[in-house]
Write a protein that binds this ligand. Structure first.
Ligand code: SF4
Length: 309
């Protein structure tokens, strides 16, 4: 059978860019003022996604869960038969048990909690929102009380949190989070672009902590923890933990945002935002690897890339 026929179609619907956090490295930090989509627009998009045979809809922002119509959007998607409805979230809304229950009752299938520190000090510093860590933890605990199983995690790797990755990993293990992504910060736009030196770590340094985090997952029996947006030369032996390889094999991904529509998000990322250089010549991982962020090469150069024999 054609491998493509086995892939699922995932449509990521951005509701807008409003957020109750204000992360220092956020890629959307300069887009907050753009208009949010209306409820009608979003419902039309959900129906359109169904027409395009989406297996998965991911509803994201900004922070989509703070919209008063969020639960209704989930409900509509489930009622028309979308197999999986997911959201990435800062998790704060779920600290309110009543709201958490309402969202779970509407049929949300999976939630991806963004955890950027192992404690309030680091997480709240990065989110610039006091109390955001405690609310996120309360949110996870409320969902557990409700018997909600699919809580996943993601952590953006930036200079201020990279050395705490093993402790963040232990936190995920404590809450038995089976799917986690450690995401090397995207400096193409937004906060990490504007404050590059402050937030973007060297891959040669960050990768040490990222590999440790994956090892901690394995020690606890979690083999689905992954790293994202990394050059493969720093992850020899960790190939099955690379999100992009997994993603290419499993999904066609579209992004529908207020300010752009991208009908092949994976291909355009490879063509525009990521880069391999002359140093990659002859590397045995060349075809599987997306290289590193183009903006990273512009600022730090490519001297860390080391072709794999
Ligand atoms: S040398 Fe280049 S192609 Fe090879 S793994 Fe590193 S970034 Fe990827």
């Amino acid at each position: 059978m054609n491998r493509n026929a086995l892939k699922k179609t995932k449509i990521v619907i951005f509701t807008g860019y409003s957020c109750n956090n204000n992360c220092r490295f956020c890629i959307n930090s300069n887009k907050r003022e753009l208009l949010e989509k209306t409820t009608d627009e979003l419902i039309k998009e959900i129906y359109l996604a169904k027409k395009r045979k989406a297996d998965i809809i991911e509803i994201i922002g900004g922070e989509s869960t703070i919209r008063p119509d969020y639960a209704n959007l989930v409900s509509v998607a489930k009622k028309i038969g979308i197999e999986e409805v997911l959201s990435a979230t800062n998790g704060r809304i779920f600290s309110d048990f009543t709201i958490a229950k309402k969202i779970v009752d509407c049929g949300i299938d999976g939630l991806i909690f963004s955890v950027h520190g192992h404690n309030s000090k680091t997480h709240d510093y990065l989110t610039r929102s006091r109390g955001s860590f405690n609310e996120l933890i309360k949110g996870i605990e409320n969902l557990k009380k409700l018997g909600f199983k699919r809580i996943n995690g993601n952590t953006t790797i930036v200079k201020p949190n990279m050395r705490f990755l093993p402790r963040i990993a232990e936190l995920y293990a404590k809450y038995k989070i089976r799917n986690v992504e450690y995401i090397f910060v995207d400096p193409t736009y937004g906060g990490a672009y504007d404050n590059f030196e402050e937030f973007v770590p060297k891959i040669s340094k960050a990768s040490v902590f990222m590999r440790k985090a994956i090892d901690i997952g394995l020690k606890h029996g979690y083999d689905q923890w992954k790293v994202r947006y990394v050059p493969l030369c720093y992850f020899k032996g960790y190939e099955r933990h690379i999100s992009e390889i997994n993603e290419r094999n499993l999904f066609f991904t579209e992004h529908w945002a207020p300010d752009f529509k991208n009908t092949d998000a994976l291909a355009s990322r490879q063509m525009i935002s990521r880069k391999k250089t002359m140093r990659c010549k002859g590397c045995s991982r060349y075809n599987a690897c997306e290289g590193i962020w183009s903006e990273y090469i512009k600022r730090y150069g490519d001297s860390e890339l080391k072709p794999v024999k």
